[in-house]
Design a binder for this molecule. Structure first.
Ligand code: HEM
Length: 501
């Protein structure tokens, strides 16, 4: 039957309009219901995050004393259990044949970065293992050397631009960009465009929540939803911009000018004939892994340090006593124990980790009565752990710079790099970067309490040295305990996405 005949046949049917309407309604009602339920779940999730992340709320009595919370987000099609107590979170990272440690990563690679889940499953795992090997504590020398060189060059430029008369710069954004540029050059060498990828990655990060949700929307392929929903479209465009920049860079010989570390990681991927587009979608995910975290931390650390006068004076004295030139290879835990502890305390309060495991059969976690069913995702919520008074003490909600120094056993309780076989492969490098960056900044610039008003984060595309305004929401407060035990009510700009984590 030709299309024309079919059309005539349809048009001649008397109830045609009614039928079309009924079909449209049948399609639209579940779609609408699904969209509404997704948004409602999103709202419940945000409220949940807010309860567990808002810094100025006291931890005792919060809902976090429940062992876990079962929520249909971020993927309404699946059940996710978010663990809320510290101890089961630690147990989740133990090896178990009943827990798949990499299913969540594969899913994210696929849903958000479009890496086909099974085609390269083993190869990309081998690539991640190579990152672990190449960025292990013993092999960090060359990349940290490059990192320090770039940091020192950037500091020299910044000093020149500020001029001898001095001038204020919005330190959060400035530090972020400095860390980003140095991290990029240390790993990828001089030829991957820094500003272009940074702006795209930040835009991607801002819209990531939508990209996480669209795979759950019904009827249309995810990529269509990513075109229809404006924030998802912005996120997907930014993501593709980074992937395209990486592909171009690789085609133009980037692997010849990058660090040995990265060349070896990519060797594993290219030896296994991973398609260049898929390979660089994965690299994009890796890039996001380090750009999203390390650069943020110095901004938070300075915010806390500058509001703890005694700690600040002691940290400056520690840094003044370091060797005069290069600091690569310094054991900061021994040489600057207070700064080291304060960095860890900052990470405890300002990172959000949702690492997870998928159950391969029904199982229990040691110490919990709950039987978790097969094929569900169990995730940690590290900020709920950060407020757990049984681990961190009754003042868990406070920033206490010397907390880890007073009880070094706490270093073993940290969750901000994840844990077990899936723990962050960049953690040693991240710590080295933070120690080097903070020491060189403290050495080279003057800070005082008025620097706090320059803490504001600028839009991704803003000029590096544009003058900043005041802290976004001066209403956010935090409790600080200084070295002598003095309690201080400080300002807290908040984690950027505190309400939307
Ligand atoms: C303060 C800085 C950082 C924090 C808080 C952080 C945190 C994390 C966390 C929580 C995970 C997931 C762990 C899990 O599932 O158990 C992760 C994974 C990852 N991180 Fe980091 N990270 C940081 C810096 C870095 C750096 C500097 C790099 C690389 C140079 C990096 C590369 C990666 C990669 C590649 C993965 C995924 C590994 C895989 O697929 O197995 N991270 N990170």
């Amino acid at each position: 039957m030709s299309a024309k005949m079919l059309l005539n046949d349809l048009v001649l049917r008397p109830n045609f309009k009614g039928e079309v309407l009924a079909v449209l309604l049948a399609l639209a009602i579940p779609l609408l219901a699904k969209v509404i339920s997704t948004f409602l779940s999103g709202a419940a999730y945000r409220e949940f995050c807010h309860q567990h992340t808002t810094f100025y709320k006291k931890s005792v009595g919060l809902k976090q004393r429940v062992l876990y919370m079962r929520l249909p987000v971020p993927w309404p099609s699946e059940t996710t259990y978010y663990l809320l107590d510290h101890v089961p979170m630690r147990k989740l990272f133990a090896r178990s044949p009943k827990l798949d440690a990499f299913a969540l990563a594969r899913r994210l690679h696929y849903k958000v970065w479009q890496v086909p889940p099974h085609a390269y499953k083993d190869t990309l795992r081998a690539g991640a293992k190579e990152i672990h090997k190449e960025l292990s504590a013993k092999k960090l020398g060359p990349v940290t050397q490059t990192f320090e060189t770039v940091v020192l060059e950037s500091i020299a430029e910044l000093r020149q631009e500020i001029g001898s008369g001095g001038r204020r710069v919005p330190f959060h954004t400035t530090f972020y960009r400095l860390a980003y540029a140095a991290n990029m050059k240390a790993i990828y060498g001089p030829n991957l465009p820094v500003t272009e990828t940074r702006i795209a990655l930040q835009t991607f990060a801002i819209n990531l929540l939508s990209l996480n949700m669209t795979p759950s929307l019904p009827f249309l392929p995810t990529e269509w939803w990513n075109k229809i929903i404006p924030s998802a479209r912005r996120g997907a465009e930014a993501r593709d911009k980074v992937t395209n920049a990486l592909i171009k860079w690789q085609k133009e010989g980037g692997l010849e000018t990058c660090s040995d570390t990265w060349r070896k990681v990519m060797q594993v991927v290219t030896d296994n004939n991973v398609d260049i587009v898929h390979a660089n979608r994965w690299v994009n995910m890796v890039l996001f892994g380090f750009q999203g975290n390390t650069g943020e931390q110095p901004g938070w650390a300075f915010l806390f340090l500058l509001q703890s006068p005694k700690l600040w004076a002691a940290v400056k004295a520690e840094v003044d006593a370091l060797p005069p030139d290069s600091l690569v290879g310094v054991d900061f835990r021994r040489a600057t124990p207070l700064m080291y502890s304060a960095i860890h305390e900052t990470l405890r309060l300002s990172t959000a980790v949702f690492a997870g495991r998928t159950t391969t059969e029904s199982m229990q976690l040691e110490g919990c009565d709950t039987v978790f069913p097969k094929n569900i995702l169990i995730r940690t919520m590290s900020r709920a752990s950060s407020f757990d008074p049984r681990i961190w003490g009754g003042d868990a909600h406070c920033f206490k710079g010397d907390r880890f120094l007073l009880d070094e056993g706490l270093y073993k309780e940290e969750l901000f790099f994840g844990g077990g076989v899936s723990a962050c492969p960049g953690r040693h490098f991240a710590m080295a970067e933070l120690e080097l960056l903070m020491s060189h900044l403290i050495r080279n610039f003057d800070f005082d309490i008025s620097s706090l008003t320059m803490h504001k984060k600028l839009a991704p595309e803003a000029e590096d040295l544009a003058l900043g305004g005041a802290i976004d929401n001066p209403g956010h407060k935090c409790d600080i305990i200084d070295l002598d035990g003095t309690h201080i009510e400080g300002v807290y700009a908040g984690v950027a996405d505190v309400d939307n984590c």
